[in-house]
Design a protein around this ligand. Structure first.
Ligand code: YNC
Ligand code: MG
Length: 413
């Protein structure tokens, strides 16, 4: 059934849960790794892209803008900004050899892309160095020609050449074999626009005015001591993040440099407002901390990123401005059995409500979140609605039992 995936070191359909966690195929010495790129049709050539070069970054942006992920109805298409790609593809320790393009020999036009970035991942009891694969894209005119498997094999080869033999990736599609599946939830902010573009509907028993009232976001931040994260906070945020994230069966491990990159390097240039209301020029990420007014300790933080979508064929509203909840942490512990979820749930609700306030000021139309981390405990109360999209998580060359996640209510049936 899966001509390509059936040949790869991934759990195959019908395999039972593994007896123990570990690799599927052993690592090899770098000398034994294939040294030549995989062959391409004679009209095409491989091209390593230098994302630090604005013109090459723009080429990837142009390819993805016209050809990347769309929803099933082809109404929306992800429109990652060039600044976003720079932030996502150039974390500490990135390898330019993992930013792989395919060009037309005759015109040098970029027609396909795949990328990897290094990451330290904890999966249950094991810490593994992986590549995080993303932005696999083939130009619409070159689809269904088995180019995707060649891109995947080439990024695998380049990964092996750096001594890395495991990968993590996510996709909307199901291929062998997801390790976990999350559902998307959406919190409406700009209700009239969302209705206008068909992102949501006014139910028969409601009105636009009532929907706007129900989804009104508070005018100002509510947590005492909340403010934008700054460079001086990096060490404390790293400690808070590391402590909080340990509770989950699969999570990245970020050192201090990586924390700085993840939460501060996508912040854009200039002052808030230079990129429009509530935004810096080129701002990709937002990060806020709660500093205890008495102890000056950082007790909480949240982050989200900007990932707009093109509204396909809409002249009035060409772009849907979407914010995506990213990492957060609190210094109090989730109590699953406490009445109403206890202190933690209350705290997380206040924290993410403040995230909505910031996103509203920055003129986002919708705030999205997945059913991971502790999100499920707060999504319904904060008026996030269940979406129809799922995100499947995959591990390459690593066996582990399926991760239930903390997503009981949002998991696939
Ligand atoms: C996908 N998204 O099943 P079989 S997500 C994985 N992830 O193989 P062809 C995919 N595999 O089933 P097309 C996949 N999509 O026969 C398709 N496949 O075994 C498999 N869309 O290839 C598919 N971006 O070239 C089939 O298909 C084979 O021309 C078919 O190209 C596919 O970035 C694609 O959704 C996705 O641009 C490039 O449709 C194209 O259709 C496209 O005939 C819009 O391919 C954009 C889009 C995907 C976003 C993403 C994560 C990708 C992960 C790839 C796997 C990485 C493995 C780890 C490597 C490193 C290992 C180390 C160490
Ligand atoms: Mg193809």
């Amino acid at each position: 059934e899966h001509k390509f995936w059936g040949t790869q070191p991934v759990p195959q359909p019908g395999e039972g849960p593994p007896i123990d966690d570990g690799f599927i195929e052993p690592s090899r010495p770098v000398e034994e790794v294939r040294q030549e790129p995989y062959p391409l049709h004679k009209d095409f050539e491989w091209s390593i892209l230098d994302i630090s070069d604005p013109s090459q970054c723009k080429e990837v942006y142009d390819l993805l803008s016209a050809n990347y992920v769309e929803d099933d109805a082809a109404s929306f298409r992800f429109q990652y900004s060039a600044e976003f790609l720079k932030w996502a593809l150039m974390p500490p320790g990135y390898h330019k050899e993992w930013h792989i393009g395919v060009r037309v020999v005759a015109t040098k036009k970029l027609v396909a892309f795949i990328s990897g970035v290094p990451m330290t991942l904890k999966v249950r009891r094991n810490v593994i160095n992986v590549t995080e694969i993303n932005y696999l894209c083939v130009h619409k005119r070159l689809r269904s020609k088995r180019l995707a498997p060649v891109l995947i094999k080439e990024v695998t080869r380049q990964t092996h050449l750096k001594g890395i033999f495991q990968a993590i990736y996510t996709a909307g599609v199901v291929v062998p074999t997801p390790v976990s599946t999350c559902r998307y939830f959406h919190r409406s902010i700009n209700v009239p626009k969302l209705v206008d573009i068909g992102f949501c509907f006014v139910p028969r028993n409601s009105t636009l005015a009532r929907m706007m009232r129900l989804n009104a976001v508070p005018d100002s931040l509510s947590l005492p001591g909340i403010r934008e994260m700054k460079e001086e906070d990096v060490l404390q945020v790293a400690q808070l993040f590391t402590k909080y994230i340990k509770r989950f069966d699969m999570h990245p491990i970020f050192d201090v440099e990586e924390i700085k990159h993840q939460f501060l390097s996508g912040r854009g240039q200039g002052n808030v407002g230079d990129g429009g209301p509530g935004r810096r020029k080129g701002q990709v990420t937002w990060a806020y901390v709660v500093e205890d007014p008495h102890t000056h300790q950082i007790t909480d933080f949240f982050s989200f990123y900007s990932l707009p979508s093109a509204v396909i064929g809409n002249q009035k509203h060409p772009v849907l401005e979407a914010a995506y909840l990213y990492y957060y942490a609190c210094d109090i512990v989730f109590e699953p059995n406490a009445e109403e979820g206890g202190l933690f749930k209350h705290r997380l609700q206040s924290l993410i409500t403040d995230a909505l306030v910031v996103a509203n000021h920055a003129k986002f139309d919708v705030f999205n979140a997945l059913t991971l981390m502790d999100n499920v405990s707060i999504l319904k109360d904060l008026r996030f609605g269940e979406g129809d999209g799922f995100l499947n998580f995959y591990l390459y060359n690593w066996r582990t039992a399926r991760l239930a996640g903390n997503n009981a209510e949002g998991d696939v049936p």
